[in-house]
Design a protein around this ligand. Structure first.
Ligand code: SF4
Length: 140
């Protein structure tokens, strides 16, 4: 189980063309189902009845079902004599992909060592030799 809470939501609508108008749903879950003036059931959200779905003839719009009413709506759906209550469960939100690890910084290339080749010795390096040579001439 991740640290993030997995949440599945439910929504419901009614296929009004096959609603019998018996009103069982509205009596069972009045927060979600309401009877219209035409004698057929509707869904409502926050106490506001939702209209017909212009894109799906015969159906009402979808109403979100609060978690606290989900089991009651499922029961009303099972008990509906017209089998016209449609429930849809939204898929749980996918886990966010983990942030990719930043690529390690490449090691800096070591400075190439300059190897002196065929370099004449510094004149200073010959000073002790010359002093030694002179001393040997003087005292040797
Ligand atoms: S229980 Fe079903 S058939 Fe009865 S009013 Fe509600 S939606 Fe219509």
């Amino acid at each position: 189980m991740s640290r993030r809470e997995v949440h599945e939501s439910m929504r419901v609508r009614i296929e009004r063309e096959v609603c019998t108008g018996a009103g069982d749903c509205a009596r069972a879950v009045p927060e979600v189902f309401v009877m219209g003036d035409d004698g057929l059931a509707r869904v409502q959200e926050g106490g506001i009845p939702l209209g017909d779905d212009a894109g799906a003839s015969g159906f009402t719009l979808w109403a979100e079902v609060p978690d606290s009413l989900a089991s009651a709506v499922e029961q009303a759906t099972a008990d509906c004599p017209g089998a016209c209550i449609v429930i849809e469960h939204s898929a749980p939100e996918p886990e966010p992909a983990p942030e990719p690890e930043p690529a390690p910084e490449p090691e800096p290339e070591p400075e190439p060592k300059v190897v002196a080749e065929n370099v004449a010795p510094s004149p200073r390096s010959s000073i002790p030799k010359r002093i030694g040579f002179r001393l040997r001439r003087l005292f040797g």
